[in-house]
Each structure stands twice: as structure tokens, then as C-alpha cells.
Ligand binder design. Structure first.
Ligand code: 26Q
Length: 804
């Protein structure tokens, strides 16, 4: 891609500095420079976006609206510069003027508007959509506070508010012209007038939805994606009557209550809590987005029946599924469309991705809460339910199957059922996951609408997760195969021919070491902890959750610890175990696991003999930015969820793309990564999803493992005694129980196989050239897991979207 010259870069920066601050480059503070660089990007993207929009209109192009309660963006400056072809020349130009571009990157806070995988996936998709020239608008809430900041106090997680808006504001363009009103609560009166449904509202609460647009340029493309972040504002700044009566604080309190809507992101990941405010947030997003889509479409094409020709609406999980009744409401109540015509539009417009099979994550809402909060929406949901039930009746579906698939049953509203009924396509995020959806979770639906169900295996943007975050590796790759891989990830395959070139393998090895040194430095500056970059970095970085089995990893470390305590000279690989990830604030067990890891880390540190070979660190406050530093430094990536539980995983892809080898279970995308990269590409162990189902059926009895496997006994007993003065008997009991508070993810069942896989891994690790050769081979195959491939599949099989 054509880069601009250093001279052009300087003149662009000066232009901004003059415009905003009337200051020269020499005298500008880092913060002023940061704003100037952001200004350069924004001006450039504006021009690009305008051209693209014009072209799109001319060609009557279809656009996808990606609906998601989370976008885990991270920082924006470097990505914008990179995608616009500015990064290198700006870096050099600033350096020539005695400034370091890294300092400017550091000023920006992460936009952490997401919990984990699902939110980061949404951001990767915007990058690929923009790069591949597909028209897209993302819709999300503009949370004042993103995901909490994690801080350890005496080894325990505490949560601090994440005030990201200060530095995040530069990218956001307020769109007063697109603001709209959202109604909640109150009562409705529905009646027919001239054959059309009319609805009167009484005593409802109204709030303004005010959007801010953030632009994301594609790489070497003509397109700029827009993410529309909706913010809640109370309209009548005050209740004037109350205000004049002197009840100033009361009037202010009501204003605050309305604005609470977009105040904070719910920190639960893969766990559904029926909180009223969350339901309001979901409807707020959906109503604002649907109103803005319909208004724009009407202005441009006049005819609402043409909506499916120009618009696709994608539901990233069920969280935005109220798009369905909201779109019906707008079409019928505000545009006098019949139910049949409106449903016909829904049927062609909406599609849905499922991201989890965990029972506790499937969204169901209390019927009364929905009826009270959203009376008109509830009435429409009842009608969808009624019609679905009567369709089932005609098909002769059994009573129990109808209840299982209905929108409203047992006083609960099922969001997944609504999403499936209304979507023309439903997909899972890996082959295994999609099959589980078809064969187990949504079996009845699959019998009824087999053509709806499909798979799109996840991907990550290799531009951010390789080119930007691992410049050393990226430059080596470019020197070997050219830069074509940046736009076309499958070009990475050309690396394979260097697998037998030892000079290349040595370079790969050296780059890994350099990246580990950089991470060690970062960790020391951030947390004051020293780690040795010459040891193996074994990393498990992801949300803390029982099903992801950080506990299994810890059990293994305790085992190594016990061996080394017995015999400090035991033949054990010198390694640093790195954990990173947040626990949902109300998730007691996950927090206990964090505490265990931190206490064990201290105990090992104190033991001089053991600490020569083992070290544990828990990286505080895992975020996109931390991941960007950690992935390039990873030797071993732990992906050890109980098979069948991790829908896909995307950290696995990021790690392997950066030359890590996976230690993994046959779960989610691990299976496909191992298939694509070859059987020697990873160390896979443990039960398959099928084995898991059988073990559950045959009653898992962890006591048997404890009684029959002395290693397990040692480890569990040590856990009971505890570390650094704290007993973890609660966790030991949990691992051994068969009822009540027991381990449904069966850590002990996979323990022995895990140990064996670790030993196999050690054998390869002792031959560094072979190890890094495998890493190179893996990288050469990872093009498949670029989100570019993934978006091409969505565009073709789900959205019917054309490039502009
Ligand atoms: C639901 C209702 C109320 C409050 C919160 C939620 C909620 C919020 C976030 C439920 C789930 C999530 C996040 C889920 C998630 O990140 N899932 C991950 O998605 C990735 C992308 O597809 C997969 O790779 C992971 O396997 C999956 O766990």
C-alpha cells in the first residue's frame, strides 16, 4: 500500500497543531500531538467516507447493521494510522523531530466497551468489513464507564470504574441530526382506525437517544466503517414544575436516573442476570438504531417494502433481539403496514449469531418485567408467540416441543427463541459449536427450519493482531514473502517453504525472545514484578470462568510444585506461568480462583529452590492493550476448556498467529486450528465433547480419581492445606463433590491426560529449532482464521452483501 512521505506527514501534523493550538511541533505537548494526529486521521477518514457513501448510493448498495451491546475497541490511533498507510512515515517524521510516537499511543485509554470475546469479535469484524469494502454501520451503547478496571488488593480482585471518555472523545463525532426519542413504561391503548393499528401511550417515560459516530478506516480500501454509539439524555432538562417549586435536587435526580441508561456496561460475561436496567439498555439501543435505519431508508428510497434490498440487520447474540418487535412496531404503528407485510420484511432482514451454549447465559426475561417496561413491545411479542404457536399446531408439533420453542412460556420470554423464529439464518461460531446448536440446544428448531442453521467459524483481524501488535515478526514475514498477506491473509501460506531454512527459524526464535523481553519490561513497569524472558512463557489469558478451567492449570502447577519440593533437581522445564483476565464482579468462585493463583504465586516466590524453575504472575487488568503485548510473547497458549463449552475462542487464534503452540482440549475453534495447521501443530488432550456427554450420563465421580491417582491426591491435599497461609479447602471440596456445590467442568477427569500432554510438549520444547519450525508452519496456515475470511462468508451466505 502506498505510504505518504515524511514531509507530507510533518505538514499534516503542523496544519492540525496550527488549527487547534496555534503551536509548533517543537513546543507541542504529547497530548496536543496526540490530538493533532487523531485530527489528521479524522480529516482523512471524512473524505474517504464521503466518497464511499456517494458511490454506495450511486450503486444502490446494501449495508449491514451490526447490532451489538459490546464493541471492545482498544486504542484507535495506531490502527487508524496503520490502516490509512500513515503509520511508518508518521513514526519516522516524529522521530526526526525528537518525538516518540509510542508516547502518543500511550496517552489514549482503551475503549473497553466489552467483556471479552464477543465484543472483540465485533471490533475485528468492523476492520474486515471496512477493508473488504462492504458497507457497514455498527450500533452500540456509549457507556460512560466501560468494563471495570481490575486491581489486586492483597491478592484479591477489586473493581474500579473505567473512565475512558476523556481520551476517547476525540474520535466521536456528535450527530445531533440523528437523535431520536425512546419510550418506556406507562400504559398503552391499542385500537384500529381505518384498518390500521393505532397506539396511544399514557404516562410513559421518554428519553433522548443521542448518537456519536466513530470512524474506522479499512486498510488499503475505499471504505470507512462507522460505529454509532448511542448515549442517553434526558430531554426536558428538568421537570419545570418541580424546578419552579424549588425541588431542584429532585428534578436533577430524575434526570440522572434517565441518563443512568448508558452509564455502565454490565460486567457479566456468559451469565444472564434479569436486571431491569439491562433490559432498558437493550431496548434503548435497539429502538434508537431501528428508528435511525428506517428514517434514513425512507428518506432515500421512499418505499419501506424495499428495506430488505438495502439493509441487513445482524444480531450479535440475543442481546439486541428486541430489534424484531421494535422494527415491527415502527413498520405497523408508524407506517401503517400490515402485520403480514411487516413480518415479511423482518424475515428477510434479520440474522443471528449464537455465542454460547451455557444454560446460565441463555437470555430469558421475566414476562411481567417486559410487560411493565415495554408495554407495546410486549403486546407485539404476544402476537409473535400466538402466530408461532398456531403455525406449530398446523405442522403437528408436539406440545412439549412447542413450549420449548415458544417466545413466551412459563411466564418467561425467551430471547433465543425469538431470535431463531425471526431470523433467516442462525449461526454458531465454530464447527463443533454449530453442530451442538443443531443437534442439542436447538434440535427442535433445526427439525422445523433446517435451512436456517449454519456455521461461520470466527476469525480475528490479522492486521491488528499480527502486523500492528508484532511488528518484528510482521517485518520478517514481509521480507520473506512481501506485503501481500496484509490484505490477503492466505498469502501467509508462502511462508511454509522457509520451514527448512534454519536461518529463518533462528530469526523467528530470536523475535520471540525479543517480544518476551519487551513484555517483561512492560510487566515490571506496570506491576513491579520481574520475570525471566529466557524461561518458557505459558499463558492463559481470558475471562476467569469455571468452564475455561484456570483451575485445571493451577492443579498442574501445584503438581509441579510438589515434585520440585521433593526434589529440586527434578527434570522440569523452567517456566513462567502467566495468567490474565477479569472475573465478573459477582462471581464468587472465579474470584476465589484469582486469589488462589496469587497466593500460590507468593508461596512459590518464597521457596528459593522451587522458584528457580517456576514462577507465576497474574497480569492485572487484562485488556486489548495488554493482549497486544502478551500474544507476541506467548510460547504456550493454554486453551483448556471442557470440550463442548467454549463456543469458539479467539485468543487461541491470536496466540498461534503470533507463533505460540497450543496446549488444548478438543473444543471450539481449537479443533479447526489443529485441523488446518496439522496434527503436530498443537498438544491436544482430554475428553471430546462426546466423551463429556457420556461421562455426565454415567455420573462423574471425582472421588475415584482422588482415591486411585496419587498425583491427584497430593495436589488436592496441598490445596486443602493451602498456600501462603490461606487454606483453599473450599475449592478442594468443590473438586471432590458429586452434588450441591460441585465441579460440573470435571477438572479431575482430564488431569492425567493434561499431564501427559505437558510432557509431550516438553519433549519438543527441548529442541528449540523444531519448536520454532512448528511455530512457523502454524503461522503459515493461520490465514484461514483471519476475520477477512469470516466476513466473506457472512457476506455471501448470510447477509447477501456486495462489495462497493
Ligand atoms: C447477557 C445478559 C445480561 C447481561 C450480560 C449478558 C452477556 C454479556 C456478554 C452474556 C454474554 C456475554 C459475552 C459472551 C462472550 O464473549 N462469548 C464468547 O464469544 C466469543 C466470540 O464468538 C467466543 O469465541 C467465545 O467462545 C464465547 O465465550
Amino acid at each position: 500500500m502506498k505510504q505518504i512521505t515524511e514531509k507530507e506527514a510533518i505538514s499534516k501534523i503542523n496544519e492540525q497543531l496550527e488549527k487547534y493550538y496555534n503551536i509548533s511541533l517543537k513546543d507541542a505537548t504529547d497530548r496536543q500531538l496526540f490530538k493533532a494526529l487523531a485530527g489528521v486521521c479524522i480529516d482523512e477518514m471524512f473524505i474517504k467516507r464521503q466518497k464511499f457513501s456517494k458511490n454506495c448510493k450511486k450503486k444502490d448498495g446494501k449495508a449491514v447493521n451490526y447490532m451489538c451491546m459490546e464493541f471492545l475497541i482498544g486504542k484507535t490511533l495506531r490502527t487508524s494510522l496503520f490502516n490509512l498507510g500513515f503509520e511508518k512515515s508518521f513514526g519516522k517524521a516524529l522521530k526526526a523531530n525528537g518525538r516518540d510516537i509510542q508516547n502518543l499511543y500511550a496517552i489514549e485509554d482503551d475503549a473497553g466497551l466489552g467483556n471479552g470475546g464477543l465484543g472483540r469479535l465485533a471490533s475485528c469484524f468492523l476492520d474486515s468489513l471496512a477493508t473488504l469494502d462492504y458497507p457497514v454501520t455498527g450500533h452500540c451503547l456509549r457507556y460512560d464507564f466501560g468494563l471495570f478496571k481490575q486491581k489486586f488488593v492483597d491478592g484479591q480482585q477489586t473493581e474500579l470504574p473505567d473512565e475512558w471518555l476523556g481520551s476517547g472523545e476525540v474520535w466521536q463525532i456528535p450527530r445531533q441530526d440523528k437523535a431520536c426519542r425512546i419510550k418506556f413504561d406507562g400504559q398503552i391503548n391499542e385500537y384500529m382506525e381505518n384498518g390500521h393499528m393505532k397506539v396511544e401511550y399514557r404516562d410513559c417515560t421518554e428519553v433522548e437517544a443521542f448518537p456519536y459516530d466513530v470512524m474506522f478506516s479499512g486498510y488499503d480500501s475505499k471504505n470507512v466503517a462507522v460505529l454509532r454509539l448511542w448515549s442517553a439524555r434526558s430531554f426536558n432538562t428538568f421537570d419545570t414544575k418541580k424546578f419552579s417549586q424549588g425541588e431542584y435536587t429532585q428534578a436533577m435526580a430524575e434526570k440522572n436516573e434517565l441518563e443512568l441508561l448508558s452509564k455502565v456496561l454490565y460486567p457479566a460475561d456468559d451469565h444472564m442476570q434479569g436486571k431491569a436496567l439491562r433490559l432498558r439498555q437493550q431496548y434503548f439501543l435497539v429502538s434508537a438504531a431501528m428508528q435511525s435505519i428506517v428514517t434514513t431508508h425512507k428518506r432515500r428510497y421512499k418505499n419501506l417494502k424495499l428495506l430488505p434490498k438495502f439493509i441487513a440487520v445482524h444480531l450479535n447474540d440475543t442481546h439486541p433481539v428486541l430489534c424484531v418487535p421494535e422494527l415491527l412496531r415502527i413498520l405497523m404503528d408508524e407506517n401503517e403496514m400490515s402485520w403480514e407485510d411487516a413480518w415479511n420484511i423482518i424475515d428477510k432482514t434479520i440474522s443471528y449469531t449464537n455465542h454460547t451454549i451455557l444454560k446460565e447465559a441463555l437470555e430469558v426475561w421475566d414476562e411481567n418485567l417486559v410487560a411493565r417496561t415495554l408495554p407495546r413491545i410486549y403486546s407485539i411479542l404476544k402476537e409473535i408467540d400466538r402466530r408461532f404457536r398456531s403455525a406449530c399446531c398446523e405442522l403437528g408439533v408436539s406440545y412439549s416441543a412447542v413450549e420449548e420453542m415458544a417466545v413466551i412460556s412459563n411466564r418467561k420470554v425467551s430471547m433465543a427463541n425469538l431470535a431463531i423464529i425471526a431470523s433467516h439464518k442462525v449461526n454458531g461460531v465454530s464447527k463443533l459449536h454449530s453442530n451442538i446448536l443443531k443437534d442439542r440446544i436447538f434440535k427442535n428448531f433445526n427439525g422445523m427450519y433446517p435451512q436456517k442453521f449454519t456455521n461461520v467459524t470466527n476469525g480475528v483481524t490479522h492486521r491488528r493482531w499480527l502486523c500492528e501488535s508484532n511488528p518484528k515478526l510482521s517485518e520478517l514475514i514481509e521480507s520473506l514473502i512481501g506485503d501481500k498477506f496484509i490484505k490477503n491473509a492466505s498469502w501467509l501460506e508462502n511462508l511454509e517453504k522457509f520451514a527448512d531454512d534454519d536461518s529463518v527459524i533462528k530469526k523467528i526464535k530470536n523475535i520471540k525472545l525479543k517480544n518476551k523481553e519487551e513484555f517483561a519490561k512492560f510487566l515490571y513497569e506496570k506491576q513491579g514484578i520481574k520475570i525471566d524472558p529466557t524461561t518458557r512463557f505459558d499463558v492463559q489469558a481470558k475471562r476467569i470462568h469455571e468452564y475455561k478451567r484456570q483451575l485445571l492449570n493451577v492443579l498442574h502447577i501445584i503438581y509441579l510444585y510438589s515434585v520440585l519440593k521433593e526434589n529440586p533437581d527434578a527434570d522440569i522445564t523452567t517456566q513462567t506461568f502467566i495468567f490474565a483476565g477479569k472475573a465478573a464482579s459477582g462471581y464468587r468462585r472465579a474470584k476465589e480462583i484469582i486469589y488462589l493463583i496469587n497466593q500460590l504465586a507468593l508461596e512459590i516466590d518464597k521457596d528459593e529452590k522451587v522458584s528457580k524453575k517456576l514462577k507465576i504472575v497474574f497480569v492485572e487488568n487484562y485488556s486489548v492493550t495488554v493482549a497486544e503485548k502478551l500474544m507476541p510473547a506467548t510460547d504456550v497458549s493454554e486453551q483448556i476448556s471442557l470440550a463442548g463449552q467454549e463456543a469458539s475462542g479467539t485468543g487461541n487464534m491470536k496466540a498461534v498467529l503470533n507463533g505460540a503452540l497450543m496446549l488444548c482440549t478438543p473444543d471450539g475453534a481449537n479443533i479447526e486450528i489443529s485441523d488446518v495447521c496439522g496434527k503436530d501443530s498443537s498438544f491436544m488432550f482430554g475428553m471430546t465433547a462426546e466423551d463429556v456427554a457420556n461421562t455426565w450420563k454415567n455420573n462423574y465421580n471425582p472421588r475415584n480419581y482422588y482415591d486411585n491417582n496419587p498425583k491427584i491426591k497430593t495436589v488436592i491435599d496441598l490445596l486443602s492445606i493451602g498456600f501462603n497461609g490461606t487454606s483453599f479447602k473450599g475449592l478442594a471440596d468443590y473438586l471432590l463433590s458429586t452434588n450441591g456445590d460441585f465441579d460440573p467442568y470435571m477438572c479431575l477427569a482430564d488431569f492425567e491426560a493434561y499431564l501427559k500432554a505437558c510432557e509431550d510438549m516438553d519433549v519438543l520444547y527441548r529442541k528449540p529449532l523444531k519448536w520454532h519450525k512448528q511455530a512457523l508452519k502454524n503461522i503459515s496456515k493461520m490465514g484461514y482464521f483471519s476475520s477477512d475470511r469470516c466476513i466473506e462468508e457472512y457476506a455471501k451466505n448470510i447477509w447477501n452483501l456486495q462489495k462497493i
